[in-house]
Design a protein around this ligand. Structure first.
Ligand SMILES: *Cc1c(COP(=O)(O)O)cnc(C)c1O
Length: 217
């Protein structure tokens, strides 16, 4: 589907639910996609992208950033502690802060390097064993811990369980954000971004609907 179709669908949903036009940022999820598809979207003027692996992003985005100034890159996959420094240098936003050890490592490196990307906390709204993220019950304490470490958390992120109505998970994420005074909500993917906008998403992460199916994941 062309990028402009996705942008139109976002605008329509914003209008339908009475959100401010342009309130939703589209993160084009470029993981695993052939480089020419990514370049095509950059050439159309899009600048906000998401990647789920540090190594993969490190292999393509430094060069792409040189050719296309103004790129904003989001890490949307789990971050191993030993890749924290690399991720902090590479990404503008890390959406997957999900455990105290990682929060402490980010805080330490931010002090050492004098630079910290914008940060989101991932919440495992479905409490799935195989998914990263703090549980909804732990979220308030974890956010307080991040705050105590001097980290400013500007958003929450979730990936609802497959096969469940995502709107319930989006609403739960919105509730946790609201009671913690957090403004940004990263939720909604190719199959459900309109439902996420209806629940207050400020950022939707759309991959296959823009770029086509991934050859592998
Ligand atoms: C791959 C991925 C997406 C995009 O998924 P699509 O279904 O291709 O839109 C969004 N969020 C995360 C965390 C992902 O890993």
């Amino acid at each position: 589907m062309p990028l402009s179709d996705i942008q139109d669908r976002i605008a329509k949903e914003e209008a339908r639910v009475g959100r401010i036009p342009g309130a939703t940022t589209l993160i084009a999820v470029s993981k695993v996609q052939p480089l020419e598809r990514v370049v095509d979207v950059l050439e159309q003027g899009h600048r906000v992208f998401g990647e789920n692996k540090v190594q993969e992003a490190a292999g393509k985005w430094p060069d792409l950033r040189e050719s296309f100034p103004g790129v904003e890159l989001h890490l949307i996959g789990p971050l191993q502690t030993n890749k924290t420094r690399q991720a902090m240098a590479l990404f503008d936003v890390i959406q997957t802060v999900d455990r105290p050890k990682l929060a402490r490592t980010i805080a330490r490196i931010a002090t050492e390097d004098g630079h910290c990307p914008r940060l989101y906390v991932q919440v495992n709204t479905g409490e799935e064993d195989q998914k990263a993220g703090v549980s909804p019950a732990e979220a308030d304490d974890f956010l307080a811990e991040c705050h105590a470490l001097g980290l400013k958390i500007e958003g929450l992120m979730c990936i609802p369980p497959a096969g469940e109505e995502p709107s319930l998970h989006f609403a739960l994420l919105a509730k946790i954000a609201k009671r913690n005074g957090i403004d940004n909500l990263s939720m909604g993917m190719s199959s459900d971004f309109e439902r996420a906008i209806a629940q207050g998403a400020t950022h939707v992460r759309v991959g296959s609907a823009i770029f086509g199916e991934r050859a592998y994941d």
